[in-house]
Design a protein around this ligand. Sequence first.
Ligand SMILES: CSC[C@H]1O[C@H](OP(=O)(O)O)[C@H](O)[C@@H]1O
Length: 354
Amino acid sequence: MFRKTLKSIKYKDGDLEILDQLLLPAKSEYKKILDVEEGWEAIHNMHVRGAPAIAIVGCLSVAVELYRNSFDSKEEQHDYLTKKFDYLVTARPTAVNLMKEAEILTEYSSEMVVNSELSTEDMRICLIKAIEDLLSKDINDNKAIGTFGADEILNGQDSPCIILTHCNTGSLATADYGTALGVIRTLHERSLIEKVYCTETRPYMQGARLTAYELVYEGIPSTLICDSAVAALFKNAKVTAVVVGADRVAANGDTANKIGTYQIAVLARHHNVPFYVCAPLSSIDFDIKSGLDIVIEERPEKEMAFIGDTRIAAQGITCWNPAFDVTPGSLISGIVTEKGVFQPDKLEDLLPYS
Ligand SMILES: CSC[C@H]1O[C@H](OP(=O)(O)O)[C@H](O)[C@@H]1O
């Protein structure tokens, strides 16, 4: 029986399962994550994907191990945690969220090592709780992004919107509700969506397989388009705004996001369509000055040259398969975060929150 769900992550008391997104939309099956190694593999092979979901599943896979283990000292526990996160962050290089959460948790752990009032067991319990809290924090952040983004797009008007989105930034890319797709959900909750257009998003097909699945599941009026149809859409439809996610935002507002985002931003500028990046603060990397310094992951040729087990590209052709591209801040109308909407060149205003 095909049981529809949008819950990308199921977690309770040290038991972790992920919705296997390589099987969607045909199959809705959960995959157990029994340790950090399996967490790394699920992220690296994209059984789970999406910058926030990657961070949450990575951290929860550490919580799974902390649940099962006990330690002879706080120093031993800190070393264990550090080694696990050093390994996890190698699963995929572009999204910054997991790296940031790893830094925060490792810092928290080192503070507990020197806190004589805390036992080794206290430290283990505190670390597990800090990781488990990421789930509810992500959902709350996404709801705030949804509200700020919807208010920004509406700009005081109350006429239904036509929105274009790229890739998947919904419940399947986060703990729930989503970032850019969270803005769409908020507009839909206010009955202010006329139509959502989502791109297929080759080659992993996040749009056709995941975003379309979420939009249909929520009953949001929507249409799927080829990645190559965006210019024609802007020419033929009055698109109110484009909303996309982010994997890493540099200090100057340049944003790495799914491949194809940059060309949509160029087209949006040409057609005077507002273009918004929607992302939590954990996607902003103030240590990176500009998009030039963002590492862009290249995925295996097979993911581009095949659909399932069927080869679609001519034998012998080489493929270039970057998973992301960088949109310059100059093409971004605003960066929608859980703290509000910020101009790409004014992200330093977010530093007090970071
Ligand atoms: C909620 S941000 C999701 C972000 O991650 C996606 O990449 P991938 O599917 O390869 O993990 C895409 O860039 C989305 O914008």
